[in-house]
Design a protein around this ligand. Structure first.
Ligand SMILES: *Cc1c(COP(=O)(O)O)cnc(C)c1O
Length: 460
């Protein structure tokens, strides 16, 4: 175990120098299952030699793809101890783990300035699972109107509710597919011009037109494309007027609430019926670590309820196995609890602040650059931009040029950005969430962009 500690700490220190995209060849997967074991220490050596060199530097400071957090040191320690202590927090009454989980959920509510008396939560494997829990809870609520528990009697026992969404994250669509409604079975609400979020007046009209049917509204606090926010205050009022369930996918955007200057972006979040959050992104805890909050825990417990004599507990603590997908479940709270203990609210705030500063710094350079242009205003930690040399104007060739530059950047491997798109213009997207990223990494990113673009033009 001591060897692992050294190995892990060396690996973490090397992250700034590891390529964001690993260079590997697919091993012979047909190799036979080992019959005789070699022992744990040689197995570790095998991992160190055969696997480790080919892992990605994605938890490192220059990985700006998707919305990818790293793993802060305290959370890694916590994560190891999750395995070493191997508690099952599905059932309560055996250990302090349930209480620590509840405490960590309460701390998260405090961090986001949400009311502990209104919301209850559960840990999940990530925002996708949290979004699924939202659909399952709202599904029970919708069935209630007809005195039906959909969880007990199935979808055909009650009329389907109507779902409304502007630009839902793909995981919400996946959740609707898993829950049996179909990933495209939502009413698309018009988007505000040039933005990623709903036109509230259109939502209002569509809810009014839906009459008495049960309605579920899926909104965003931090869209994955540009980090944009629905006007939650307005949307919540419209939902209240039409008796609709309001779900907010706030996977990473929720963390903007830590900063006084950005809290207004998600004002109204407190009016939601359910909220999705991720901690393996901006809180920089290892995968798989997400959370879900709702004001209607009894609905979720109907959707995820699990009872059997062998599972009965005499504890009056909540049974997490009846609040989420997994029955047996790891002590997911611990890496978050360790993060709170080690860095406190102040430490967490400073990571959020520096990510937003990094996004601003890159955007500031792009605005001044003669070769690059911003495709969307920077709301939070995401920059959407493209390469646009002055001698290019036709849009198809610009799109192609941007695809070529992205391929060249991947080849270079120094930084990782992913494709972006705005109003039909193709470009790049850089998202900042990693605790390790410094101003020098942004300088490095700028130089890499300039150098790679220049080299590409020279070859043309
Ligand atoms: C990342 C993300 C998700 C999906 O989260 P996972 O943790 O990958 O399951 C959902 N919604 C939003 C807004 C996200 O950014």
């Amino acid at each position: 175990m001591e060897t692992v500690a050294v190995l892990a700490s060396t690996h973490q220190k090397s992250l700034p120098n590891l390529p964001a995209v690993a260079d590997y060849t697919t091993p012979d997967t047909l190799k036979k299952l080992p019959q005789k074991g070699i022992g744990a220490a040689p197995a570790l050596m095998a991992f160190q030699n055969d696997v480790m060199p080919y892992l990605s530097g994605s938890p490192g400071p220059r990985y700006f793809g998707y919305v990818t957090g790293g793993a802060n040191p305290a959370s890694i320690l916590g994560d190891w101890l999750v395995s070493a202590s191997d508690q099952d927090v599905g059932s309560a009454g055996d250990s302090l783990a349930t209480q620590i989980s509840l405490q960590t959920l309460a701390w998260l509510l405090d961090l986001f300035e949400l009311n502990r008396d209104q919301f209850e939560g559960v840990f999940t494997t990530g925002a996708t699972a949290s979004n699924l829990l939202a659909v399952l809870a709202a599904r029970e609520w919708a069935g209630d109107e007809f005195n039906v528990s959909v969880a007990e009697e199935g979808l055909s026992a009650a009329p389907n509710p109507l779902f409304f969404a502007g630009s839902p994250h793909v995981s919400l669509q996946k959740s609707m597919s898993i829950a049996g409604y179909g990933r495209n079975s939502f009413e698309p609400v018009e988007l505000l011009p040039g933005r990623d979020v709903m036109e509230p007046d259109d939502l209002k009209e569509k809810l009014a037109a839906a009459g008495k049917q049960r309605k579920i509204v899926l909104t965003s606090a931090g869209t994955v494309n540009t980090g944009d926010f629905d006007d939650l205050n307005r949307v919540a009022d419209i939902c209240a007027e039409h008796n609709a369930w309001l779900h907010v996918d706030a996977a990473f955007g929720m963390f903007s609430r830590c900063l006084p200057g950005l809290k207004a972006l998600s004002s109204g979040l407190e009016k939601a019926d359910s909220i999705t959050g991720d901690s393996h992104k901006w809180l920089n805890t290892p995968y798989e670590c997400g959370f879900f909050f709702t004001k209607h825990m009894s609905m979720l417990e109907r959707g995820c309820g699990t009872s059997a004599i062998y599972l009965e507990s005499t504890s009056d603590e909540p049974e997490f196995l009846s609040r989420t997908i997994e029955s047996s479940q790891r002590f997911r709270a611990l890496p978050i609890w360790m993060t709170f203990k080690a860095y406190g609210r102040e430490g967490i705030k400073s990571v959020i602040q520096s990510s937003c500063d990094h996004a601003k710094k890159l955007a500031g350079w792009i605005e001044k650059s003669i070769n690059f242009e911003l495709l969307a205003p920077v709301v939070l930690n995401i920059v959407v931009f493209r390469f646009k040399p002055h001698d290019y104007s036709d849009s198809a060739s610009l799109d192609r040029l941007n695809e070529e530059l992205l391929a060249a950047l991947l080849q270079d491997g120094g930084i990782r950005i992913t494709p972006g798109e705005r109003n039909g213009k193709r470009g790049f997207r850089a998202a900042f969430c990693n605790w390790m990223t410094t101003d020098e990494d942004i300088e490095f990113a700028i130089q890499t962009l300039e150098r790679t673009a220049l080299a590409m033009r020279k070859c043309q």
